[in-house]
Design a protein around this ligand. Structure first.
Ligand SMILES: [Fe+2]
Length: 237
């Protein structure tokens, strides 16, 4: 239904040639005002597809070693991470999603502001979003999502959302898929930030060559980029 409606919205429009992800980011409107029309349908198609791909029969159990290292570093333990995930799931009022994501750098790829206040880039974070909002709009890389809209669980669990979320985490999640998404997200962040650093360094060299850099200290933006690239590299290591 969502795919059909989305196709109806974008037919013949500027959105038609975009991937779902591009369409979602372009139509979000940076969170300043109402998103453009394709956003909610594009995001819900993306989110549900992502959700199905996060599962496998006989899933759950403990995450594999590399993912577990990140979880232990960023949440203290697997149990604390699950607790935080459950808290987010149970406090999301009405329909929405709960996410485990990799928080990428603050570099200006996406202009909308993350609701996660910490400056700890290169870390795993848990967030909850209303309706169709996807953490990609804050430059977080989603690793795991659970649909907490009532339609996802009411037939089996009635209003017992906690039982439903626990069942997904304990019996369905493919932690191998989550780990593979994390590996790609870290790699992407390192490559992306490295690419931007090269541009900044080149700009500095040009400024030096033109004699415009005498005794000029770095701008806060440049200093931040240096720090963030270094942080991403250390996470990858
Ligand atoms: Fe749903």
């Amino acid at each position: 239904m969502l795919v059909d409606r989305l196709n109806g919205i974008i037919g013949g429009s500027e959105w038609e040639g975009m991937s779902l992800g591009q369409m979602m980011l372009s139509s979000f409107n940076e969170g300043r005002e109402q998103p453009h029309p394709p956003f909610f349908h594009a995001a819900q198609v993306w989110n549900h597809d992502f959700y199905w791909r996060s599962m496998k029969p006989g899933g759950g159990g403990k995450p594999p070693e590399r993912l577990l290292k990140f979880i232990n570093r960023d949440f203290g333990s697997y149990e604390h991470m699950i607790q935080q995930f459950m808290d987010a799931a149970l406090t999301q009022f009405g329909s929405g999603w709960v996410w485990l994501s990799y928080k990428e750098s603050k570099l200006p790829y996406v202009k909308s502001r993350s609701p996660i206040p910490s400056d700890n880039y290169g870390r795993l974070v848990i967030s909850k979003t209303p309706n169709a909002i996807n953490p990609l709009v804050w430059s977080h890389s989603p690793l795991l999502a659970i649909d907490v809209c009532e339609h996802a669980y009411y037939l089996d669990y009635e209003d017992r959302r906690a039982d439903y979320v626990a069942a997904v985490l304990e019996k369905l999640v493919s932690w191998e898929v989550v780990e593979s998404r994390l590996t790609k997200a870290v790699q992407r962040a390192v490559e992306r930030d490295g690419h931007l650093m090269k541009r900044i360094l080149k700009k500095r060299q040009l400024a030096q060559a033109n004699g415009q850099n005498r005794a000029r200290s770095r701008t806060p933006q440049e200093a931040r980029c240096d720090h963030e690239v270094a942080s991403s590299s250390s996470v990858e290591a």
